[in-house]
Design a protein around this ligand. Structure first.
Ligand code: F6P
Length: 504
């Protein structure tokens, strides 16, 4: 057994007690396994964790030098070894190496100046913004704008990611080209889907006779030279640092549409909320750290009990896009079979993240959660303050349902004489209860997920900041465009049926 394995073994060997028993009998649990931080309550009480399991995870964290990894992250050291880079998303929020923080501040100032100039009419009358980007260059802005823009009527916006022309068409059908700004978000400025969508958006403006169509483009990128070459003037290029990873980039200039649509003040509040979570993560001892405890729960179910998935349900329409955002953050970061040292990972990688919105999901997928044969750790995310102006009954019913599901999963109900009506119970859940869905709290929530992903990676020995797994499909797609492409017979038939041979 390798040195690290014995710590995992110690966790696996521990006979955890049923959750309902732990909750009923351990009075300290509500203190030790619930953390109030930055306007959120992180409630881990309905899991199998107890003081002993937490201790064993802390021993694993020490063996994996989680403390050293955390220090390296905030110091701007090279934590993404395979790409030889630091991972400096926290510097965007003011927490990190002082030089990187100063650099991020200067780039934010530039972004703010552009937001102000647009508001002052420097680019003519702007009513709409189409943000073009994919993956990390779309999911963050899409989530935040969807969550927070209900009261913002400054601009109408669309986030276009898919290369399917329907996505762009849906956006341009809604907007008047004379008053539309196009923001192209791409860290590399080479992503094929984004570049094709940008070219089609340019044609749309040209065909509509818009004067100086290139002048309606903004670029947010870590590769400003390519944006310049594409035809975007230097004054409208918003750079960000190469050390900010795509799925960690909404805090950088990739967040430009957030700042434009919601206003600079709200963007800044979001950064401040994230910075508060950064400080919590940087300073708290592991048993008091919300991201660390959450990662202990994740590892306990995914790696120790081998649950293949984890499910996240937002009991709040404003957060309906959270599961989509988390899928990229968690699966692109930790869905890997090699460790950072180039060894084969000997246990499960990150589980599959999936989810939906409550209460809708109760009437669709919760049957399996309550009675299916899979172990699925569930995460509920809800807010004390509702976002609607209707009768309070709506929000009260929403929250009551959310809490009832957690209780039902834990308690179960036995019907020994009727297996169809028997609920085994002892099914774990985490509840994240937000005071409100505000920019500050949303910033803290997203930073919490980033750090939790980092802790998970460190416990497994994975580098969460590269994503080589996405390259092979891109290579083959590129090859398909060549006459000499050597396709396997199965794929060649599909190409022929779709009349794509020689076209892509
Ligand atoms: O293909 C995966 C990926 O590289 C993601 O990691 C990234 O968020 C996305 O593509 C978009 O990349 P870019 O911002 O360079 O266009």
């Amino acid at each position: 057994m390798s040195g690290k394995d014995k710590f995992w073994q110690a966790i696996g060997d521990y006979a955890a007690r049923p959750i309902a028993t732990l909750v009923a009998e351990d009075e300290t649990r509500l203190e030790s396994l619930a953390i109030d931080q930055s306007g959120l309550r992180f409630d881990f009480t309905k899991t199998h964790l107890d003081a002993e399991i937490v201790d064993r995870f802390v021993a694993l964290a020490d063996a994996m030098d989680l403390d050293g990894a955390r220090k390296a992250l905030f110091a701007g050291d090279i934590v993404n070894a395979s790409e030889g880079r630091a991972a400096e998303h926290t510097a965007e929020r003011g927490e990190g190496h002082p030089d990187s923080v100063a650099h991020a501040r200067a780039l934010h100032a530039r972004m703010r100046a552009l937001v102000d100039a647009i508001e002052a009419g420097a680019l003519g009358e702007i009513r709409h913004i189409i943000h073009i980007g994919i993956g990390g260059s779309a999911l963050g802005p899409r989530l935040v704008i969807d969550a927070l823009s209900r009261e913002a009527d400054r601009y109408t916006s669309a986030i276009v990611s898919n290369v399917d022309g329907i996505a762009l068409e849906d956006a341009i059908d809604r907007f008047d080209p004379r008053y539309t700004l196009i923001a192209v978000a791409s860290k590399t400025f080479t992503t094929t889907e984004t570049m094709l969508n940008a070219a089609s958006a340019l044609s749309w403006l040209q065909q509509a006779g818009v004067e100086d169509p290139h002048g309606r483009f903004i670029a947010m990128t870590a590769n400003p030279d390519s944006a310049l070459e594409w035809g975007i003037d230097e004054t409208r290029i918003l750079p960000f640092s190469e050390t900010v990873g795509g799925r960690y980039s909404l805090w950088s200039s990739i967040g430009f549409p957030i700042a434009l649509v919601l206003g600079w003040g709200m963007f800044e509040e979001m950064l401040e909320g994230a910075a508060e979570m950064d400080r919590h993560f940087r300073l708290a001892d592991w048993p008091d750290s919300a991201p660390a405890l959450a990662a202990f729960v994740d590892c306990y179910y995914a790696q120790v009990r081998q649950a293949p998935t984890r499910a996240v349900f937002a009991y709040d329409e404003r957060l309906r896009l959270l599961p989509d955002y988390l899928q990229q953050l968690e699966m692109e970061s930790n869905g890997k079979s090699a460790t950072a040292d180039g060894e084969r990972l000997t246990r499960a990688s990150a589980p599959i993240t999936w989810g939906g919105v409550g209460t809708d999901a109760q009437h669709a997928v919760f049957q399996l959660l309550h009675q299916g044969s899979h172990l699925v750790p569930v995460e509920f995310v809800a807010a004390i303050e509702g976002g609607d102006g209707l009768d309070l009954a709506h929000h009260a019913m929403l929250l009551a349902n959310c809490f009832a599901q957690g209780a039902a999963l834990m308690d179960g109900r036995s019907a020994a004489d009727d297996p169809a009506r028997d609920y085994a119970g002892d099914r774990p859940s985490i509840t994240l209860l937000l005071d409100d869905v505000s920019p500050r709290i949303l910033g803290a929530l997203l930073a919490f997920y980033e750090h939790r992903t980092f802790v998970n990676a460190t416990l497994l020995g994975i580098n969460p900041f590269d994503q080589f797994g996405v390259e092979l499909g891109k290579d083959i797609a590129r090859e398909m465009g060549r006459d000499d492409a050597r396709l396997d017979p199965s794929t060649a038939v599909l190409m022929r049926l779709a009349r794509l041979d020689g076209f892509v």
